[in-house]
Write a new protein. Sequence first.
Length: 307
Amino acid sequence: MQKDLLCLYDLSVDDFDRIFERAADLKQKHKSGELYHPLRDKTLGMIFEKPSTRTRVSFETGMFQLGGHALYLRWTDTQLGRGESIYDTAKVLSRYLDGIMIRTFAQSTLEDLARDADVPVINGLTDMCHPCQILADLLTVIERRGSVQGMKAVYIGDGNNVATSWINAAQRLSFDLTLACPVGHEPDASVLERACKESTSCINVISDPFEAVRDADVISTDTWVSMGQEKEYRERIKAFSNYQVNERLIAASKKDVMVMHCLPAHRGEEITDGVMDGPNSVIFDQAENRLHVQKAILEILITNNQR
Protein backbone atom coordinates (compact mmCIF):
# COMPACT_ATOMS: atom_id res chain seq x y z
CA MET A 1 0.00 0.00 0.00
CA GLN A 2 0.94 3.63 -0.39
CA LYS A 3 1.96 5.68 2.66
CA ASP A 4 -1.52 7.17 3.07
CA LEU A 5 -5.16 6.19 2.67
CA LEU A 6 -6.86 9.20 1.09
CA CYS A 7 -9.32 7.66 -1.37
CA LEU A 8 -10.36 4.15 -2.42
CA TYR A 9 -9.30 4.96 -5.97
CA ASP A 10 -5.69 4.89 -4.72
CA LEU A 11 -5.98 1.24 -3.61
CA SER A 12 -5.17 -1.74 -5.80
CA VAL A 13 -7.21 -4.94 -5.74
CA ASP A 14 -4.40 -6.52 -3.69
CA ASP A 15 -4.65 -3.63 -1.21
CA PHE A 16 -8.38 -4.25 -0.77
CA ASP A 17 -7.77 -7.97 -0.25
CA ARG A 18 -5.03 -7.30 2.29
CA ILE A 19 -7.23 -4.95 4.31
CA PHE A 20 -10.16 -7.38 4.31
CA GLU A 21 -7.91 -10.30 5.29
CA ARG A 22 -6.29 -8.41 8.15
CA ALA A 23 -9.64 -7.01 9.33
CA ALA A 24 -11.17 -10.48 9.46
CA ASP A 25 -8.16 -11.81 11.40
CA LEU A 26 -8.16 -8.89 13.83
CA LYS A 27 -11.90 -9.29 14.38
CA GLN A 28 -11.44 -12.98 15.18
CA LYS A 29 -8.60 -12.18 17.58
CA HIS A 30 -10.76 -9.59 19.34
CA LYS A 31 -13.79 -11.90 19.60
CA SER A 32 -11.65 -14.69 21.07
CA GLY A 33 -10.07 -12.36 23.62
CA GLU A 34 -6.56 -12.73 22.20
CA LEU A 35 -4.23 -9.87 23.07
CA TYR A 36 -2.43 -8.54 20.00
CA HIS A 37 -0.35 -5.38 20.32
CA PRO A 38 1.59 -4.69 17.10
CA LEU A 39 1.31 -0.93 17.70
CA ARG A 40 2.66 -0.92 21.23
CA ASP A 41 4.12 2.52 22.07
CA LYS A 42 2.72 3.98 18.83
CA THR A 43 0.55 7.10 18.82
CA LEU A 44 -2.17 8.26 16.44
CA GLY A 45 -3.21 11.90 16.23
CA MET A 46 -6.89 12.36 15.34
CA ILE A 47 -7.73 15.79 13.90
CA PHE A 48 -11.43 16.65 13.86
CA GLU A 49 -12.67 19.66 11.92
CA LYS A 50 -16.00 17.80 11.68
CA PRO A 51 -17.34 16.14 14.86
CA SER A 52 -18.15 12.43 14.93
CA THR A 53 -19.31 9.50 17.03
CA ARG A 54 -18.24 6.39 15.12
CA THR A 55 -15.01 7.78 13.64
CA ARG A 56 -13.64 8.98 16.95
CA VAL A 57 -14.70 5.99 19.04
CA SER A 58 -13.65 3.34 16.51
CA PHE A 59 -10.20 4.83 15.79
CA GLU A 60 -9.49 5.54 19.46
CA THR A 61 -10.66 2.08 20.53
CA GLY A 62 -8.78 0.47 17.66
CA MET A 63 -5.48 2.04 18.64
CA PHE A 64 -6.00 0.96 22.25
CA GLN A 65 -6.76 -2.63 21.21
CA LEU A 66 -3.62 -2.68 19.05
CA GLY A 67 -1.53 -1.56 22.03
CA GLY A 68 -1.16 2.07 21.00
CA HIS A 69 -2.61 5.40 22.04
CA ALA A 70 -4.82 7.95 20.26
CA LEU A 71 -4.97 11.71 20.80
CA TYR A 72 -8.18 13.65 20.07
CA LEU A 73 -7.28 16.97 18.45
CA ARG A 74 -10.24 19.22 17.82
CA TRP A 75 -9.41 21.65 15.01
CA THR A 76 -10.27 24.73 17.06
CA ASP A 77 -8.19 23.49 20.00
CA THR A 78 -5.02 23.37 17.88
CA GLN A 79 -3.07 26.16 16.22
CA LEU A 80 -4.79 25.20 12.96
CA GLY A 81 -7.79 27.02 14.38
CA ARG A 82 -5.64 30.17 14.72
CA GLY A 83 -4.19 30.05 11.23
CA GLU A 84 -1.10 27.85 11.49
CA SER A 85 -0.29 26.37 8.09
CA ILE A 86 -0.96 22.75 7.21
CA TYR A 87 2.73 22.43 6.33
CA ASP A 88 3.95 23.53 9.76
CA THR A 89 1.37 21.42 11.55
CA ALA A 90 2.23 18.35 9.46
CA LYS A 91 5.95 18.70 10.09
CA VAL A 92 5.54 19.14 13.86
CA LEU A 93 3.03 16.33 14.27
CA SER A 94 5.30 14.02 12.26
CA ARG A 95 7.96 14.49 14.96
CA TYR A 96 5.51 13.43 17.69
CA LEU A 97 3.19 10.88 16.11
CA ASP A 98 3.28 7.61 14.18
CA GLY A 99 0.14 8.36 12.17
CA ILE A 100 -2.55 10.97 11.63
CA MET A 101 -6.25 10.54 10.99
CA ILE A 102 -8.17 13.62 9.88
CA ARG A 103 -11.89 14.24 9.51
CA THR A 104 -12.34 17.47 7.61
CA PHE A 105 -14.33 19.29 4.93
CA ALA A 106 -12.08 19.87 1.91
CA GLN A 107 -10.29 17.01 0.18
CA SER A 108 -7.47 19.48 -0.51
CA THR A 109 -6.87 19.89 3.24
CA LEU A 110 -6.39 16.13 3.55
CA GLU A 111 -4.14 15.98 0.50
CA ASP A 112 -1.99 18.88 1.70
CA LEU A 113 -1.58 17.24 5.09
CA ALA A 114 -0.58 13.93 3.54
CA ARG A 115 1.89 15.61 1.19
CA ASP A 116 3.61 17.46 4.01
CA ALA A 117 3.49 14.78 6.73
CA ASP A 118 6.25 12.22 7.11
CA VAL A 119 3.88 9.71 8.77
CA PRO A 120 0.81 7.96 7.31
CA VAL A 121 -2.35 10.04 6.95
CA ILE A 122 -5.80 8.41 6.93
CA ASN A 123 -8.99 9.94 5.59
CA GLY A 124 -11.58 9.75 8.37
CA LEU A 125 -14.01 11.64 6.08
CA THR A 126 -13.96 14.57 3.68
CA ASP A 127 -16.71 16.12 1.62
CA MET A 128 -15.38 14.11 -1.33
CA CYS A 129 -14.58 10.66 0.11
CA HIS A 130 -15.39 8.34 3.01
CA PRO A 131 -13.10 5.35 2.34
CA CYS A 132 -13.11 3.73 5.78
CA GLN A 133 -16.90 3.54 5.75
CA ILE A 134 -17.12 1.72 2.42
CA LEU A 135 -14.32 -0.67 3.39
CA ALA A 136 -16.40 -1.58 6.46
CA ASP A 137 -19.50 -1.97 4.28
CA LEU A 138 -17.66 -4.29 1.89
CA LEU A 139 -16.28 -6.37 4.75
CA THR A 140 -19.88 -6.80 5.92
CA VAL A 141 -20.87 -8.00 2.43
CA ILE A 142 -17.97 -10.46 2.37
CA GLU A 143 -18.99 -11.86 5.75
CA ARG A 144 -22.51 -12.47 4.39
CA ARG A 145 -21.85 -13.44 0.76
CA GLY A 146 -18.24 -14.61 0.80
CA SER A 147 -17.26 -12.11 -1.89
CA VAL A 148 -18.28 -8.88 -3.60
CA GLN A 149 -17.81 -10.49 -7.00
CA GLY A 150 -20.97 -10.62 -9.07
CA MET A 151 -23.03 -8.51 -6.72
CA LYS A 152 -25.28 -5.61 -7.58
CA ALA A 153 -24.98 -2.73 -5.11
CA VAL A 154 -27.43 0.17 -5.07
CA TYR A 155 -26.99 3.54 -3.45
CA ILE A 156 -30.10 5.67 -2.85
CA GLY A 157 -29.99 9.40 -2.13
CA ASP A 158 -27.46 12.21 -2.24
CA GLY A 159 -24.43 11.88 -4.51
CA ASN A 160 -22.11 12.72 -1.62
CA ASN A 161 -18.85 11.36 -0.22
CA VAL A 162 -20.40 7.95 0.48
CA ALA A 163 -21.66 7.71 -3.08
CA THR A 164 -18.23 8.71 -4.41
CA SER A 165 -16.52 6.00 -2.37
CA TRP A 166 -19.02 3.39 -3.57
CA ILE A 167 -18.11 4.41 -7.12
CA ASN A 168 -14.39 4.10 -6.39
CA ALA A 169 -14.88 0.66 -4.85
CA ALA A 170 -17.00 -0.61 -7.75
CA GLN A 171 -14.41 0.67 -10.19
CA ARG A 172 -11.59 -1.23 -8.47
CA LEU A 173 -13.45 -4.42 -7.47
CA SER A 174 -15.65 -4.73 -10.58
CA PHE A 175 -19.07 -5.19 -9.02
CA ASP A 176 -22.13 -3.53 -10.53
CA LEU A 177 -23.35 -0.31 -8.95
CA THR A 178 -26.48 1.73 -9.56
CA LEU A 179 -26.98 5.09 -7.88
CA ALA A 180 -30.47 6.57 -7.67
CA CYS A 181 -30.21 10.33 -7.08
CA PRO A 182 -32.53 13.30 -7.64
CA VAL A 183 -31.68 15.58 -10.54
CA GLY A 184 -29.13 18.11 -9.34
CA HIS A 185 -27.82 15.84 -6.59
CA GLU A 186 -25.81 13.35 -8.65
CA PRO A 187 -22.25 12.27 -7.71
CA ASP A 188 -19.21 14.23 -8.86
CA ALA A 189 -19.22 14.03 -12.67
CA SER A 190 -15.44 13.60 -13.02
CA VAL A 191 -15.37 10.68 -10.57
CA LEU A 192 -18.25 8.99 -12.38
CA GLU A 193 -16.75 9.57 -15.83
CA ARG A 194 -13.39 8.12 -14.77
CA ALA A 195 -15.05 5.07 -13.25
CA CYS A 196 -17.15 4.38 -16.33
CA LYS A 197 -14.08 4.64 -18.56
CA GLU A 198 -11.79 2.46 -16.47
CA SER A 199 -14.13 -0.15 -14.97
CA THR A 200 -15.32 -3.43 -16.48
CA SER A 201 -18.43 -3.33 -14.29
CA CYS A 202 -21.70 -1.49 -14.86
CA ILE A 203 -21.78 1.81 -12.96
CA ASN A 204 -24.69 4.11 -13.69
CA VAL A 205 -26.84 6.87 -12.21
CA ILE A 206 -30.62 6.94 -12.62
CA SER A 207 -33.45 8.87 -11.01
CA ASP A 208 -35.94 6.06 -10.26
CA PRO A 209 -35.15 4.30 -6.94
CA PHE A 210 -37.59 1.46 -7.65
CA GLU A 211 -35.88 0.67 -10.94
CA ALA A 212 -32.50 0.88 -9.20
CA VAL A 213 -33.24 -1.69 -6.48
CA ARG A 214 -34.48 -4.39 -8.84
CA ASP A 215 -32.31 -7.52 -8.22
CA ALA A 216 -30.07 -5.63 -5.77
CA ASP A 217 -27.90 -7.53 -3.31
CA VAL A 218 -27.14 -4.40 -1.27
CA ILE A 219 -29.07 -1.18 -0.78
CA SER A 220 -27.17 1.65 0.89
CA THR A 221 -28.28 5.13 1.87
CA ASP A 222 -27.15 8.16 3.84
CA THR A 223 -28.63 11.25 5.43
CA TRP A 224 -30.10 13.82 3.06
CA VAL A 225 -28.61 16.75 4.97
CA SER A 226 -24.91 16.46 5.78
CA MET A 227 -22.84 18.65 8.09
CA GLY A 228 -22.55 22.12 6.61
CA GLN A 229 -25.82 21.80 4.66
CA GLU A 230 -28.22 22.67 7.47
CA LYS A 231 -29.39 25.85 5.72
CA GLU A 232 -30.54 23.69 2.79
CA TYR A 233 -32.71 21.47 4.98
CA ARG A 234 -36.13 22.39 3.58
CA GLU A 235 -35.00 22.23 -0.04
CA ARG A 236 -33.28 18.91 0.47
CA ILE A 237 -36.19 17.25 2.28
CA LYS A 238 -38.42 18.21 -0.65
CA ALA A 239 -35.91 17.07 -3.29
CA PHE A 240 -35.34 13.67 -1.66
CA SER A 241 -38.91 12.90 -0.57
CA ASN A 242 -39.25 10.06 -3.11
CA TYR A 243 -35.92 8.49 -2.15
CA GLN A 244 -36.76 7.10 1.27
CA VAL A 245 -35.58 3.54 1.94
CA ASN A 246 -38.86 2.12 3.21
CA GLU A 247 -40.72 -1.18 3.28
CA ARG A 248 -42.23 -0.60 -0.14
CA LEU A 249 -38.82 -0.03 -1.71
CA ILE A 250 -37.33 -3.10 -0.03
CA ALA A 251 -40.23 -5.22 -1.31
CA ALA A 252 -39.22 -4.26 -4.87
CA SER A 253 -35.78 -5.86 -4.41
CA LYS A 254 -34.47 -9.33 -3.56
CA LYS A 255 -35.94 -11.01 -0.52
CA ASP A 256 -32.52 -11.25 1.14
CA VAL A 257 -31.20 -7.81 0.12
CA MET A 258 -28.85 -6.24 2.66
CA VAL A 259 -29.77 -2.74 3.80
CA MET A 260 -26.96 -0.40 4.84
CA HIS A 261 -26.69 3.09 6.30
CA CYS A 262 -23.40 4.74 7.25
CA LEU A 263 -25.03 6.53 10.23
CA PRO A 264 -26.06 8.77 11.84
CA ALA A 265 -29.57 8.07 10.55
CA HIS A 266 -32.46 10.48 10.57
CA ARG A 267 -35.17 7.90 11.15
CA GLY A 268 -38.35 8.72 9.29
CA GLU A 269 -36.49 10.75 6.66
CA GLU A 270 -34.08 8.76 4.49
CA ILE A 271 -34.96 5.43 6.15
CA THR A 272 -37.88 4.09 8.16
CA ASP A 273 -37.68 2.44 11.58
CA GLY A 274 -39.18 -0.72 10.10
CA VAL A 275 -36.35 -1.10 7.58
CA MET A 276 -33.54 0.06 9.87
CA ASP A 277 -34.52 -2.41 12.58
CA GLY A 278 -35.88 -5.05 10.20
CA PRO A 279 -34.53 -8.44 9.07
CA ASN A 280 -32.71 -7.04 6.02
CA SER A 281 -30.72 -4.49 8.01
CA VAL A 282 -26.99 -5.01 8.55
CA ILE A 283 -26.52 -1.42 9.66
CA PHE A 284 -25.06 -2.14 13.09
CA ASP A 285 -22.85 -4.89 11.68
CA GLN A 286 -21.31 -2.42 9.27
CA ALA A 287 -20.92 0.11 12.09
CA GLU A 288 -19.01 -2.49 14.13
CA ASN A 289 -16.83 -3.32 11.15
CA ARG A 290 -15.53 0.25 11.08
CA LEU A 291 -13.47 -0.78 14.12
CA HIS A 292 -11.97 -3.89 12.55
CA VAL A 293 -11.26 -2.38 9.13
CA GLN A 294 -9.61 0.66 10.66
CA LYS A 295 -7.47 -1.52 12.91
CA ALA A 296 -6.27 -3.29 9.77
CA ILE A 297 -5.48 0.04 8.09
CA LEU A 298 -3.64 1.31 11.17
CA GLU A 299 -1.60 -1.86 11.51
CA ILE A 300 -0.65 -1.95 7.82
CA LEU A 301 0.22 1.72 7.40
CA ILE A 302 2.02 2.30 10.70
CA THR A 303 4.06 -0.90 10.62
CA ASN A 304 4.97 -0.20 6.98
CA ASN A 305 6.26 3.21 8.06
CA GLN A 306 8.35 2.10 11.06
CA ARG A 307 11.05 4.62 11.86
